[in-house]
Design a protein around this ligand. Structure first.
Ligand code: PLP
Length: 380
């Protein structure tokens, strides 16, 4: 069994007034604590310890309790669930939003709602494990296309229609890939899905809150043929829990038939409250995502000026592929020694021979961080 090394068991510095926005993480390492700048977490907008989220969660904690105490259909349904679902549906301009306890669960639910054992499923080669788990559970026949490759996708759609003209295939992809930092060509994929009368499921886990118009995701403004969008509150939204956004038909289907929605304890009220507080902040700071993207482009440019292969994509995830596990771990250590927290991502999370450093550009990162990063990386 893979052992979690000590240096990766991290304890967040407790919230200190005046210290926000905080960039520091404390690491328990050989019995002493060191401070590191977080270049690794999914807390893109630095909301996990934002006072507004903490206040909202505290207040819900006091009035509603720690947990919801039941499923949505028994005793767990609260006004705050409805409020969150309605505000998100309005913001994303979708007919129905349903809140789930986690993105993993939401993805599983979405695939099962859209596919059964007769459904041809065509998915990007690099989709998240939760989507693959959903595909396995659905029993549908999986075909995978090369990452973000539109012609490979079209070939599979054509093949599927020739073999089973009466079956509507399901296409699955992510808008911002968590380990690559690449963005899927959502518009073009949606055009192909319309052409081949296909359903489309898009996981916006890493894009939601940052990418697309005012952080509303890459799917914002595209209706047909998107069947379901999934998003999580565990990344840019700084909390936990997730949602599926869809139209009336699929929404009703999920409410009536989805076990992962009906037979699970409803999302804890403090997490609903913090998601609402994050939504309010993101709405009132519509340029946060854009600024993060601009900064991430500057990072990419600087990396390539310094002799590194330009990392693909334009979002806050920057993947530096180093090859061997040893090399990636070596860079992680070098950076950690200089106070920068990065994590070497290795197989099975990424393919063999593609171990990497996954860098994350975060909203409140100190200006000098990037210079420091380049200096360490350049000491090859
Ligand atoms: C692309 C993607 N989808 C879904 C999830 C699951 O989200 P959650 O952490 O809310 O379960 C993750 C989390 O790692 C993810 O990276």
């Amino acid at each position: 069994m893979e052992k979690i090394p000590n240096s990766r068991i991290r304890k967040l510095r407790t919230w200190m007034p005046g210290k926000y926005p905080s960039e520091l993480i404390e690491v328990g390492k050989d019995n002493h604590q060191i401070s590191l700048i977080d270049l690794a977490s999914n807390d893109y907008l630095d909301l996990t310890r934002h006072p507004s989220l903490i206040e909202a969660a505290k207040s819900a904690l006091v009035t509603e309790g720690v947990g919801s105490g039941g499923s949505r259909f028994i005793t767990g349904n609260r006004t705050i669930h409805k409020k969150l679902e309605q505000e998100l549906a309005e913001w994303l301009n979708r007919e129905i939003v349903l809140v789930y306890p986690s993105g993993f669960q939401a993805n599983l639910a979405a695939v099962i709602a859209l596919a059964d054992r007769h459904t041809p499923i065509i998915a990007d080669r690099l989709i998240h494990h939760s989507l693959l788990t959903g595909i396995r559970a659905s029993g549908g026949k999986l075909m995978r296309f090369a990452h973000n490759n539109l012609s490979a996708l079209e070939t599979l759609l054509k093949k599927s229609k020739q073999q089973q003209p009466l079956k509507r295939p399901l296409v699955i992809t992510e808008s911002l890939f968590s380990m690559e930092g690449t963005s899927a060509p959502i518009k073009e994929i949606s055009i192909l899905c319309t052409k081949y009368d296909s359903k489309l499921l898009i996981d916006e886990a890493h894009a939601f809150g940052i990418m697309g118009s005012q952080g509303r995701g890459e799917t914002f403004g595209i209706k047909e043929p998107i069947s379901i969008i999934s998003g999580t509150f565990g990344k840019a939204f700084g909390g936990g829990g997730a949602f599926l956004a869809t139209d009336k038909k699929f929404g009703e289907h999920l409410i009536q038939t989805c076990g992962a929605f009906r037979y699970t304890t409803a999302l804890a009220p403090p997490l609903c409250a913090s998601a609402l507080a994050a939504l309010k902040l993101i709405k009132s700071n519509p340029n946060w995502g854009l600024k993060l993207q601009e900064e991430s482009i500057e990072w990419r440019d600087a990396l390539s000026r310094n002799g590194w292969e330009r990392p693909p994509g334009h979002g806050p995830i920057i993947s530096i592929i180093l090859g061997s596990d040893e090399k990636a771990i070596d860079y992680q250590k070098k950076l950690e020694d200089q106070g920068l927290l990065t994590v070497a991502i290795r197989p099975p999370t990424v393919p063999e021979g593609k171990s990497r450093l996954r860098l994350v550009v975060r909203r409140t990162m100190p200006k000098e961080t990037f210079k420091q990063l380049i200096e360490v990386l350049n000491k090859k």
